[in-house]
Design a protein around this ligand. Structure first.
Ligand SMILES: Cc1cc2nc3c(=O)[nH]c(=O)nc-3n(C[C@H](O)[C@H](O)[C@H](O)COP(=O)(O)OP(=O)(O)OC[C@H]3O[C@@H](n4cnc5c(N)ncnc54)[C@H](O)[C@@H]3O)c2cc1C
Length: 494
């Protein structure tokens, strides 16, 4: 396919840009747009500007939608047949509980960023599937799901309109450093131009999940992979609750996520507790997943299994590291990853951009030392927001993929806790949706769930089983501490 010459020829190797942005996935275009609106001259480099086709980043939590509003980019969800999400349905061994997203009055109002938000670019427009009524006027927060590639194309169209941004197609092959080991730009392999060096006061690395350049922060900065998701597209699927994300749980199977991403297409992601997926995926789907699929979903599920179009992705975990290299800022999945079960990756990355703009948006990037000082602080300032989403995703995965007796008890306890309603659902969903940046409140709620699981176990054992239940209770509590504490500690102290 021929490449638009504008994407090749316009980048100027003789000019020192204020900023270079590496990668135009979810975070890159939004970051470049925000910088441009702050008056910075930006070069954004992407190895492939054509519409991506991936099974990642398809459900955005309300906290992500709010960040898009604060960054004046929310109209990226318009005209792509995006599907509103109003909350979750959790199904456990066939029983279900609905958990709607929080009321707007219970969370902080959206704070549009100066210079970045103007002319109503913080408000969605009406289209075939997205309405002002749903996203602006509803008393509850909304999330949104979409075909990932279409959303990325919209973000890229937004950045293309920025007069201060130059787009370049090419593969970044090296981060350039001076003799003092400070970053001064990057080397790009460009079709027809070859390898060219570009310079900037600061280089933002947003090269995503399989980042090649995160190691510029430290050679041992590598993610861990514990599990994977196998995905399929379901067509004309009748989900139990329209406009809900569905989490299907059970004591005998791994968690399954189901959410509609357009009027026709629904994504199903099936967890597999190993980074390497089964060799015979069809057999695995039929033997291990199909029995837990609700009957409404079965016809489209069976069709999808028959067609055999499976796609898998590793689920990686990477706690953030401080950006302490002068002239460099790593952000998005390159900096920080969590389990995708909570659908929080885009929300974390976009809120990181909001915070970053507040901290450095008005600085002169020539003053590299001051920018670095702010980036050092930024690492701590982002923790309360990001740690909640990150720790929750790992804790939920451990419970939902329960592979021991204690974890299975915690899993059931969690579901029964949700069934109580009131604060037992409104707080957890505030954490999940990226609307409650309070890690210590999360800790309190997590251990309330654990105590509830222990209480259920006591009830089940009855008066005669009290001594056994007591021993089991202590063991369950130790498991809960093991599941939660190391991650919370890693996120808050690291
Ligand atoms: C299975 C799975 C499901 C997920 N589902 C969700 C979800 O439902 N909701 C959610 O919020 N998050 C989800 N996530 C996480 C989400 O996809 C990421 O958080 C998000 O994509 C991160 O955005 P990013 O811009 O950092 O990286 P990416 O979106 O990965 O973008 C990186 C970009 O950099 C470009 N690039 C890479 N290397 C180079 C190079 N050397 N030169 C030039 N360009 C380069 C790539 O082409 C790409 O365009 C999921 C993740 C997984 C694994």
């Amino acid at each position: 396919m021929s490449i638009d010459p504008q994407l090749i020829n316009k980048a100027d190797e003789k000019f020192t840009y204020d900023a270079i942005v590496v990668g135009a996935g979810v975070i890159g275009p939004v970051l470049a747009t925000a910088l441009s609106r702050k008056g910075k001259k930006v070069l954004i480099v992407e190895r492939d500007w054509s519409e991506p086709d991936r099974i990642v980043g398809e459900l955005m939590q309300p906290g992500g939608v709010r960040a898009l509003k604060e960054l004046g980019c929310v109209q990226a969800i318009n005209n792509i047949e995006a599907w509103p999400v109003t909350g979750y349905t959790v199904i456990y061994n066939g029983e279900s509980v609905q958990i709607p997203y929080p009321y707007k009055q219970d969370v902080k109002p959206v704070e549009p960023l100066k210079d970045i938000v103007f002319d109503g670019n913080d408000k969605v427009l009406n289209d075939k599937t997205v309405t002002i009524k749903q996203f602006e006027e509803n008393e509850r927060e909304s999330g949104v799901a979409f075909v990932h590639g279409k959303f990325i194309s919209n973000l890229r169209n937004i950045v293309a309109k920025e007069s201060n941004v130059t787009r370049l197609q090419g593969n970044v092959v090296e981060i350039l450093k001076n003799k003092s080991n400070e970053v001064v730009g990057c080397k790009v392999d460009i079709p027809t131009r070859g390898k060219v060096e570009f310079h900037a006061n600061i280089t933002f690395v947003c090269d995503g999940i399989f980042s090649k350049f995160r190691k510029e922060l430290s050679p041992d900065y590598v993610p861990t992979t514990g599990s994977s998701f196998v995905g399929m597209s379901l067509y004309d699927c009748k989900v139990p609750n329209k406009y809900n994300g569905h989490v299907i749980l059970g004591e005998n199977h791994m968690p399954v996520l189901v959410y509609q991403i357009s009027p026709k297409e629904t994504r199903i992601l099936c967890a597999y507790n190993s980074p390497k997926t089964p060799q015979d995926l069809k057999k695995w789907m039929v033997d291990s997943v199909q029995p837990c699929i609700p009957k409404e979903i079965r016809p489209s599920f069976d069709e999808a299994v028959k067609s055999g179009k499976f796609r898998s992705m590793p689920n990686q975990y990477l706690p953030a590291r401080q950006n302490d290299v002068l002239g460099l800022c790593v952000i998005g999945d390159a900096l920080n990853m969590r389990h995708p079960l909570g659908g929080g990756g885009m929300t974390v990355g976009l809120n990181d951009v909001v915070l970053l703009m507040k901290k450095i948006g008005d600085l002169d990037f020539n003053d590299r030392e001051t920018v670095l000082d702010e980036l050092l602080d930024y690492h701590y300032d982002r923790k309360s927001y990001d740690s909640v989403i990150n720790v929750l995703s790992i804790a939920l995965y451990s419970l939902f993929a329960a592979d021991s007796k204690n974890l299975k008890t915690l899993q059931e306890g969690c579901f029964r806790y949700f069934q109580r309603g009131g604060d037992c659902t409104s707080l957890p969903v505030q954490f999940l949706s990226g609307l409650c940046p309070r890690p210590f409140l999360l800790t309190k709620v997590f251990f309330a769930v654990a105590l509830y699981a222990i209480y259920i176990n006591f009830e089940r054992r009855g008066a005669l089983g009290f001594p056994i239940a007591l021993v089991e209770g202590i063991s369950i509590l130790i498991t809960a501490v093991r599941v939660f504490s190391p991650y919370l500690y890693g996120e808050l102290i690291g």
